[in-house]
Design a binder for this molecule. Structure first.
Ligand code: GLN
Length: 485
């Protein structure tokens, strides 16, 4: 069968189940393409040899009751994988081989999937362009001058470039949805507490969530169904009744009320984004749903709040990298000198910037003025959504204020880089689910995404809305294969 790598996850599962394809055929096809993808720099570590072995073993004793029978899959290098190097894109974890597996990846392997390798990401998931990785930047399969977005940039490039049928990323302030939007794929940030954080290298613990990235909404629903589970090993994991998201997927969204928040019409937003949003509103109406103007008055405070809360938590989480227990260690004159050298040589500039901001806002003199204030504003942002959801079932916004930018364009201007997350961070601060779907192209032919934000635990609803819109939008990604060796 030709063009295996062009097939969706759903098609691959069907073809394996019907014995039209073996796991070995599929795994080989994705390895072949991945091997030609060096220029994208999407992989940090590959596990191709053992992936092929596992595929052969699966074919000898197939189990078609599994949800991902013999499906190869690469994952973001932020998920701990037992006995396989896990770097979080950092020099400080360059030699770290976990002795345990993250719960979400464990869920994936338990359903029959096979690890292809670990995908590049911004260092400790801090970034919006995948330019902060110790292992070099990732390029977009759309155009060689473009960033794929971040921090799950390797994941986005790998799905858009068909190096893996689907993948998982993590989203602390937009790191699944923004790269999905930049590369023309679908990305879901689940409700906080839906997917276990156990075994995920921590960035900002009250915001981090793992989620699926895929070519289409149905694949995204299927993968979400696999990774979302209650996990006693994560104290913030929530035990609620989870849906069979892919089976219950429907494009019937008649009568749904979708909110359009006026505060997302930000100053200086390109007309192309406004036009895309208007088109989105029309698609919603074409699906038989209704749009209602709403207000989320505290939206403009979301970004400053995020850039206090996230660095504060990061500075605390990253205190564990001291050169003693694991990871990189620099030589020092004495213990303190060793700590200092390890951390200044082991962390990159962006991570050091976040640690300094974080320790500053947590310091005794400034705690009330910054950190405590930010926590209060976070609550106001959450209240805005609660108020809106008295009137609407979901909210539609653009995913990002622009299409993908050029490599190097924002590296010397962190604030302009941070501004890229303006539409995604409020969702993390409020703990809500949000999905980005590809919805059009800008004048240069680069993909643009729309975001649907849901009520807590209402993933099924936003997946359904995304599914209905996807059918109307009929998006075709413009992948040129410029990078094929
Ligand atoms: N770009 C944001 C940041 O740098 C979000 C990152 C993320 O979601 N992991 O903090």
């Amino acid at each position: 069968m030709s063009d295996i790598t062009k097939q969706s996850l759903t098609e691959l599962v069907e073809n394996i189940e019907n014995k039209k394809l073996s796991s070995t055929d599929v795994t080989k096809a994705f390895i072949d393409r991945s091997e030609k993808s060096e220029k994208l720099n999407a992989y940090i570590t590959n596990d191709f040899t053992s992936a092929l072995d596992k595929a052969k073993k699966f074919d000898q004793k197939p189990n078609f009751d599994l949800k991902l029978p013999g499906i190869p899959m690469a994952v973001k290098d932020l998920f701990c994988t037992k006995n396989i190097k896990t770097t979080a894109g950092s020099k400080i974890l360059n030699n770290f081989i976990p002795t345990y597996e993250s719960t979400v990846t464990e869920n994936i392997w338990n359903e029959g999937a096979i690890l292809l390798g670990k995908l590049n990401c911004d260092e400790f998931a801090m970034g919006s362009s995948n330019e902060t990785s110790f292992f070099g930047n990732v390029q977009s399969p759309i155009d060689k001058n473009l960033v794929p977005g971040g921090s799950s940039g390797g994941s986005a490039s790998a799905v858009a470039g068909q190096l893996t049928p689907v993948t998982i990323g993590t989203d602390t302030g937009g790191s699944i949805r923004q790269p999905a939007s930049f590369t023309g794929i679908v990305g879901l940030k689940p409700t906080y507490g839906s997917c276990s954080r156990y075994g995920i290298v921590a960035f900002a613990s009250s915001l981090d969530q793992a989620g699926p990235m895929a070519q289409n909404v149905k694949d995204c629903a299927l993968l979400h169904e696999v990774i979302s589970s209650y996990d006693p090993k994560d104290s913030t994991s929530i035990d609620f009744k989870r849906n069979h998201y892919s089976k219950e997927l429907t494009n019937n969204i008649k009568g749904k009320k979708i909110g359009i928040p006026k505060e997302y019409r930000v100053d200086g937003m390109p007309k192309e984004i406004e036009d895309l949003w208007q088109k989105g509103i029309q698609y919603i109406k074409d699906c038989g749903a209704e749009t209602i103007d709403i207000s989320l008055p505290n939206t403009s405070y979301a970004l400053p709040t995020y850039y206090i809360v996230a660095p504060a938590e990061a500075s605390s989480n990253l205190a564990r990298y001291d050169g003693v227990k694991y990871g990189f260690r620099a030589k020092g004159e004495n213990l303190i000198d060793m700590y200092e050298r390890t951390r200044s040589e082991g962390f990159g500039a962006e991570v050091q910037r976040r640690i300094m901001i974080g320790t500053y806002v947590l310091s005794s003199g400034y705690y009330d003025a910054y950190y405590l204030k930010a926590q209060k504003v976070r609550k106001l942002i959450k209240n805005d959504f609660d108020e809106a959801y008295k009137k609407v079932d979901a909210i539609l916004t653009p995913s990002t204020p622009s299409s993908a930018f050029k490599i190097g364009e924002k590296t010397n201007d962190p604030v302009s880089m941070y501004l890229n997350d303006i539409f995604t961070v409020p969702v993390n601060l409020a703990g809500l689910p949000g999905i980005s779907i590809p919805a059009g192209h800008d004048s240069k032919g680069y993909p643009l995404g729309l975001q649907i934000i849901g009520k807590a635990f209402d993933e099924q609803n936003i997946l359904n809305i995304a599914y209905a819109m996807e059918e109307k939008i009929n998006f075709k990604n413009k992948i040129t294969d410029w990078w094929i060796k």
